[in-house]
Design a binder for this molecule. Structure first.
Ligand SMILES: Nc1ncnc2c1ncn2[C@@H]1O[C@H](COP(=O)(O)OP(=O)(O)OP(=O)(O)O)[C@@H](O)[C@H]1O
Ligand SMILES: [Mg+2]
Length: 371
């Protein structure tokens, strides 16, 4: 506990030093105000929350001057709550969001400690305020609300076309030409696929965020996997759009044996190559190489690349560029899956000015739990 001149003293008159130092161990901020309405005690956590570095700005001074608290209606909380003169039955109040002296939002609980032996005339001897930082909680609540509204929005867009086109087709089937019908059904198919993918990504995200993603580990031939599943079948349909190459070290020594979840690896590289085709331009080159015992997969394109200021943001949830069909979940999932394998993924610029994504994966049996 601290006084105006920096001396360490017991917390309140009559209390012992051990009690005072225990206040410092509390996880929450604590402010005690005496019957004279002056601040008696303040712990370090309260100073941090209130953003007041010097306890001398509080201790011994009238609380309404040095610790003004305003409620959400802009009212002065001390005047409104009136702890000292209100009804004797009051014992305090539950957590409330108030604005502190430097505009900081603080969660405040109050306990009124009364003297006397009962009978209704006891006066308030001390007001104890418990303080908690409101920022972290508010940020979490805001994040959650943003995620919910983004998800709702993302799900609604493709559903609108599915419901719109199906009802048009059902009601006016004869009026459309075969060509028009085909176009509508193709759109419905594309949007239904988008919905499925979105929901799969959302489920992956919730698994990643709650640490409940299970990898099905097994020996993987990454070269074969990229060649067979990713480059040729999934994305290389426009011939020559995606090239798969082996780096020098891999060509000389071969690739180290890898243990990984083959489906998840496919998902990682499918996403990166699809991004390169969709957001980048030119030829997409996938280079498979080794660096010591690490396997490195590099995905290069010849587009405009990603400006340095956005290179961390692209891995965030829902962050995306101007493209219409973008959800901004792909790279978030990619990073989560790569890290679940004990690897890393980074982005920079290549010689052509395009984006270069490097995925480094450990070889051998990674230090993760298999199903
Ligand atoms: N190869 C690239 N070249 C340029 N910009 C890219 C590249 N890859 C990703 N980006 C940028 O990063 C953003 C986020 O990518 P991410 O894969 O997370 O989402 P998305 O592709 O927009 O949507 P989806 O959830 O369908 O993958 C993209 O919207 C794009 O602006
Ligand atoms: Mg993507």
């Amino acid at each position: 506990m601290t006084t105006a001149d920096g001396e360490r003293v017991p917390a309140t008159p009559g209390s012992s030093a051990p009690v005072a130092s225990m206040a410092e161990l509390l996880p929450d901020g604590l402010v005690v105000v005496g019957a004279d309405r002056r601040v008696r005690l303040v712990n370090a956590e309260a100073l941090r929350i209130l953003d007041i570095p010097d306890p001398a700005d509080l201790i011994g001074l009238p609380v309404d001057d040095v610790l003004p608290l305003t409620d959400k209606y802009g009212r002065d909380w001390w005047a409104h709550a009136d702890p000292w003169d209100g009804a004797a039955s009051r014992t305090g109040h539950l957590e409330k969001l108030l604005v502190g002296p430097r505009g900081k939002e603080v969660l405040v609980t109050a306990r009124y400690v009364r003297s006397g032996l009962g009978g209704g005339d006891e006066r308030v001897d001390r007001v104890m305020l418990g303080l908690r930082d409101a920022e972290a909680r508010q940020r979490a609540e805001r994040d959650q609300a943003t995620v919910l509204s983004t998800v709702a929005h993302e799900l609604r867009a493709p559903l609108t076309s599915v419901t719109g086109f199906t009802s048009s087709l059902l009601r006016r089937w004869e009026r459309f030409t075969d060509e028009q019908k085909r176009l509508m059904i193709e759109t419905i198919e594309a949007d239904a696929n988008r919905l499925t993918r979105l929901i799969t990504e959302l489920l992956d995200i919730s698994r990643l965020d709650s640490d409940s993603l299970n990898l099905r580990l097994g020996p993987v031939d990454l070269h074969d996997l990229l060649r067979t599943h990713v480059v040729r079948h999934e994305l290389g349909r426009a011939t020559g759009a995606v090239r798969l190459e082996l780096g020098d070290a891999a060509a000389e020594q071969g690739l180290p044996e890898m243990w990984a979840d083959a489906d998840r690896l496919e998902q990682i590289f499918f996403n990166l190559i699809e991004n390169a085709l969709r957001h980048g331009a030119g030829v997409v080159t996938v280079t498979l190489d080794r660096r010591g015992e690490w396997v490195v997969v590099r995905v290069d394109d010849e587009g405009d690349g990603i400006p340095p200021s956005d290179r961390e943001k692209v891995f965030g949830r829902f962050w995306h560029g101007p493209s219409n069909a973008s959800t901004g979940l792909g790279l978030y999932v990619v990073r989560g899956l790569v890290e679940a394998h004990g690897g890393t993924v980074t982005v920079e610029e290549n010689e052509a000015g395009g984006a270069r994504f490097d995925v480094r994966l450990p070889s051998g049996l990674p230090d993760v739990v298999s199903e």
